[in-house]
Design a protein around this ligand. Sequence first.
Ligand code: DGL
Length: 273
Amino acid sequence: MSSSAPVAVFDSGVGGLSVAREIRALLPAENLLYIADSAFCPYGARPTEEVRARSVAIGRYLESRGAKLLVVACNTASGAALEVLREALTIPVVGLEPAVKPAVRTTRNGRVGVLATEGTLRSERFARLVRDYADGVEVVAQPGLGLVELVEEGEFSGERVRATLDPVLRSLREREVDTVVLGCTHYPFLHEALAEALGPEVTLLDSAPAIARQTRRVLEERGLLAEEGAEGWVRMLTTGDPAEEEPVMARLWPEPVRAEGVTVQAPSDQPPS
Ligand code: DGL
């Protein structure tokens, strides 16, 4: 495996760009191959089996395109498929989990909220995380219904955002949590709106910087870090319509973006009717 091979970053949609931008900032010499499985976005309410099949198909596709490491920049896909992906692929796989451990260290009043997709919150990995690390802290799990759709449509502020956040944040307000985990990679793009709605006394936590550091650690351990001083390229792929995806990607990425359409078939995909 050559160190100039790309690091692949995968999400159901544009949310994983919140992780990719941290990797880009920390490791500018790395080539990045980003893929949004936009044709199947959102993953959050899909059955676990389907998310697993899509994740494995995407992982195999990225490996076949020469990726040296896969970052699953999606909590839902990590919850459904991380172990299976590690078995199915020969390249190292870095996954995500909601930042429950840092939240338990951060909370002052012993109450934390976790905003994530339904898929993440019902996963065995999430149950294990709470069981093993909550350490007496109350964890209020709340599905972020409608939030992924806002980000995919490029809406980050305004009336529709406030109206969508209102019912989602109700239980977190009622329980008076002082720390909220952004347990879906789409949500950091709503950071401002969430901070405004929850108020300054609530701390928001995002795993993306930690994932970038973990990516660097794994590359280092395997001797796969790109040559220092190199200027890495970035390529954006989507299984959806590139003409629709490109403008949203461009708003979320600090450099000029071109989206390339690709087809990735999983055995379980329903043929179009
Ligand atoms: N961004 C993803 C996550 O971190 C998936 C959101 C979705 O497709 O529902 O969970």
